[in-house]
Design a protein around this ligand. Structure first.
Ligand SMILES: *Cc1c(COP(=O)(O)O)cnc(C)c1O
Ligand code: SF4
Length: 352
């Protein structure tokens, strides 16, 4: 199945378009139409061009190209795996932790990740906030002095226009108790040309600090174009962090994780969280066990720079919050002392 070598000019949204681009075999179309009826599909030109269609295990394809296994829903998988619903006081706000809220401005993303934890809430059919709903969400934030940080998420907030983003950031900037605006996005990787000087300028305001959290899962995503887009944000004075999802068949080996975290740090992005896969419907083929994730974190510790070590995290199903899954290095030893395990697995007594 030769792939059309002409550049891919637009986001691919239908299984037939993926087949025409050589990214799925035409025989898979009936199943993939069923997947697409439940979960949105979008592959940006930047990501479609990164895929090697001759590699059946391509880690970029696996993240974005739909798969018939998404039709298999396992016991325990949930429509709202991290429990946004029970903590939403007004539309668009999730207030689960006292000092910070999520503000879900838009429900669309430039790509639809096949393992998305909000896959039942995002997509072209889901609507973002109307002007009146945004007013109500901002009034909620303004009325709660405990809220120190507002996390713009969605969807991907960077699909909103620079004008709309600038308006939202400016309205948050005048709420005195809000000191930090955090933007969760995949755009610098999946659609780097969208990170224009206008977009970058829209994220900054005179008073609040803006932090940008990039979602990136594989070193191959950190292309020259992505590095340039990241550079435009960091050079404008906004620090960047990354969140990565541990995904079977994409990054579930120590070599790939190390190379991914190094690529991020070299692009001036600090790996912050490595998320254990959420119990989203039809995503069992992506999930590792927690024991596997902990073993990978142990392998990274020691030989890989501390800058490249995120915290391995679990979002407890049902909305009970995020907790670290850090492998244990300290255990009780004899006579009230402690036993500490070093990065090579050797054990040492530590007096107390
Ligand atoms: C993940 C999440 C946050 C952010 O948590 P951090 O540990 O600060 O990254 C805030 N609110 C909700 C509802 C979340 O799910
Ligand atoms: S970018 Fe985030 S919200 Fe959008 S599909 Fe991917 S994981 Fe889901």
């Amino acid at each position: 199945m030769p792939r059309d070598k002409s550049p891919i000019g637009k986001t691919l949204r239908r299984p037939a378009e993926l087949a025409a681009a050589g990214l799925v075999p035409p025989t898979a179309l009936p199943d993939l139409e069923r997947v697409a009826a439940s979960f949105a599909v979008a592959v940006t030109p930047a990501m479609a061009e990164l895929i090697d269609p001759t590699d059946p295990a391509d880690p970029i394809a696996r993240q974005f190209v739909p798969d018939a296994r998404e039709l298999e829903v396992r016991d325990g998988e949930l429509a709202d795996p991290i429990g946004d619903g029970p903590h939403s006081p007004v539309k668009g706000i999730v207030h689960r932790y006292r000092d910070r809220v999520l503000l879900k401005l838009v429900a669309a993303c430039p790509v639809y990740c096949r393992f998305c934890f909000r896959r039942e809430m995002v997509g072209p059919g889901a609507d973002g906030l109307s002007p009146a709903e945004l007013d109500a969400a901002i009034a909620y934030i303004a009325g709660n002095p405990d809220i120190w940080e507002v996390i713009l998420t969605g969807g991907d907030p960077l699909v909103a226009s620079p004008r709309r983003l600038a308006e939202v950031v400016a309205r948050l900037d005048v709420i005195p108790h809000v000191e930090v605006v955090r933007i969760h996005t995949r755009v610098p990787v999946v659609d780097p040309d969208r990170v224009t000087p206008d977009l970058v300028a829209a994220l900054k305001a005179p008073r609040v600090a803006t932090w940008v959290m990039l979602h990136s899962n594989h070193w191959r995503e950190i292309t020259d174009e992505a590095r340039a887009a990241i550079g435009r944000i960091v050079d404008a004075g906004m620090p960047m962090l990354a969140q990565t999802v541990l995904l079977r068949g994409v990054n579930d080996d120590a070599g790939t994780l190390a190379r991914t975290f190094r690529a991020l740090v070299a692009a001036r992005v600090k790996p912050h969280y490595l998320h254990h896969g959420d119990l989203a419907k039809g995503t069992a083929h992506f999930r590792t066990t927690i024991a596997e994730g902990q073993a990978l974190m142990r392998e990274l510790r020691g030989d890989v720079s501390g800058l490249c070590q995120p915290t391995y995290m679990l979002d407890i199903p049902g909305g009970h919050g995020k907790v670290p899954l850090t492998p244990g290095y300290v255990e009780p030893g004899p006579d009230g002392s402690l036993t500490v395990t070093d990065p090579h697995g050797r054990r040492h007594a530590y007096p107390v």
